[in-house]
Write a protein that binds this ligand. Structure first.
Ligand code: HEC
Ligand code: HEC
Length: 371
């Protein structure tokens, strides 16, 4: 009960946030509204910041900035260097990102899509409150782009294309920090993933294979120990408890919370390291499982290389003594080491996860390098 109340409060808090609205806000100065293409999907209504409505000009400007190495000190790194469209905007199969001059980062790069539905708490530890602030952090990070915002503004201001592009999008050719953040925010908010096989099945346009159907049941069922009457071949009798934290309910495959899934610690305190709250130690932003087929390796430190390894971790290695909240995955937690999925059922679960791959996201021209 308490949990439900907190959840409602949280959702209420997000939706009542005053600079966020549900409809597409009016677009200023003769700009053309940009309508993200998800009306025909199962995604819920999106929320766009009312002080940065999406416009074609703003999204296009953000796209140029996202793909432009001009944002880094030595012009070698763009945002796209570590957020590659073909990998659902994660790094190119690297556990830890490699930034400027070969510097190794501390965490696994995160996917960029459906951020319109996040809006609060960016990075694995949620240390950036809103996206336009987040967008400036990698520029100054010594392990990523190692540039100063001042230098970036000077370089953009003296370039041949950016003053005009800012003028079109924001009605001023004076480029400042706020507009730089807002333009990157617009492009990133425009990236939507809602056209996977899973979506098309929900919309009645395609059907799952028998194996995928079994995987879906396992994903959405509690982990339990069998009693004598139960049939071990029936997937619902031996679920994998995934839905508690990566629920299918909102179409996002993520809970908008920082949680622990029982990974052994690598010394990274996650959310607790940011807010100093002991009970948030080792909690991380719960990732969406959309496009997981393309985002390997997995977890905040990229410790698992395959989805099979991830599934095996949840079944046998999940660390019950860590910060996992028993309410979050009651049975997965309690039944540690006693959960069993047959090899067929494991393969079915993985095949279900692969139905979340959205080829349109990976190839759509609007999200690709404009240069
Ligand atoms: C050197 C690699 C690298 C570069 C360059 C880079 N990123 Fe990232 N990005 C990462 C990593 C690693 C994380 C996770 C970091 C963390 O949690 O501390 C991340 C996280 C993010 C997130 C958080 C997503 C979420 O769901 O919370 C966004 C958004 C993002 N980056 C956008 C950008 C933008 C915009 C740029 C360019 C200005 C950029 N990144 C440049 C590696 C990189
Ligand atoms: C208690 C909540 C919880 C449950 C239950 C849970 N997860 Fe997770 N999952 C998380 C969190 C939190 C992370 C991020 C952990 C980190 O990196 O520290 C995560 C990460 C993942 C990732 C890595 C995603 C990425 O982008 O790196 C995959 C894949 C995944 N989970 C799949 C599953 C599957 C399959 C199940 C069911 C067997 C499951 N999860 C059950 C909370 C949960």
């Amino acid at each position: 009960m308490k949990k439900i109340a907190i959840y409602i409060l949280l959702i209420g808090g997000i939706y009542s946030c005053k600079d966020v609205v549900n409809e597409v806000p009016d677009t200023p100065f003769g700009t053309t509204p940009y309508t993200a293409d998800y009306a025909q999907s199962i995604l819920p209504p999106a929320r766009v910041p009312s002080d940065n409505p999406l416009t074609k000009e703003g999204v296009q400007l953000g796209r140029m900035l996202f793909y432009d190495p001009i944002l880094s000190a030595d012009s070698t790194q763009s945002c796209a260097s570590c957020h590659n469209q073909a990998h659902a905007f994660t790094d190119n199969g690297l556990a830890l990102s490699i930034g400027i001059r070969g510097a190794e980062g501390k965490r696994n790069s995160m996917p960029i899509f459906n951020l319109m539905w996040h809006l609060d708490g960016f990075f694995w530890d949620g240390r950036s409150d809103i996206l336009r602030h987040q967008a400036l952090v990698p520029i100054e990070d010594p392990l990523e782009m190692d540039e100063t915002i001042g230098n970036v503004l000077a370089k953009l201001s003296s370039s041949s294309s950016y003053p005009t592009a800012f003028k079109k999008a924001y009605n001023t050719s004076t480029i400042d920090e706020e507009l730089l953040g807002k333009a990157l925010e617009q492009f990133m908010l425009s990236i939507v993933s809602g056209n996977s096989k899973y979506d098309r099945v929900q919309l009645g346009l395609e059907s799952f294979t028998d194996q995928e159907k079994v995987g879906e049941i396992i994903f959405n069922s509690e982990a339990i120990t069998l009693n004598n009457e139960q049939n071990p071949n029936k997937p619902a009798n031996y679920g994998a408890d995934c839905f508690h934290c990566h629920g299918t309910g909102n179409g996002l495959f993520m809970r908008r919370e920082f949680l622990s899934n029982g990974l052994s610690s690598n010394g990274d305190f996650g959310r607790g390291g940011v807010n100093g709250t002991a009970e948030d130690n080792f909690k991380f932003k719960t990732p969406s499982l959309r496009n997981v087929e393309k985002t390997a390796p997995y977890m905040h430190d990229g410790r698992f290389n395959t989805l099979e390894e991830v599934v095996q971790f949840y079944l046998s290695d999940m660390n019950a003594t860590s910060a996992v909240n028993t309410n979050d995955a009651p049975n997965l937690h309690a039944l540690k080491d006693s959960i069993y999925l047959s090899p067929d059922h494991k393969a079915a679960l993985v095949s279900f996860l692969k139905t979340l791959t959205d080829e349109e996201l990976l190839t759509k021209e609007e999200y690709s390098n404009p240069f």
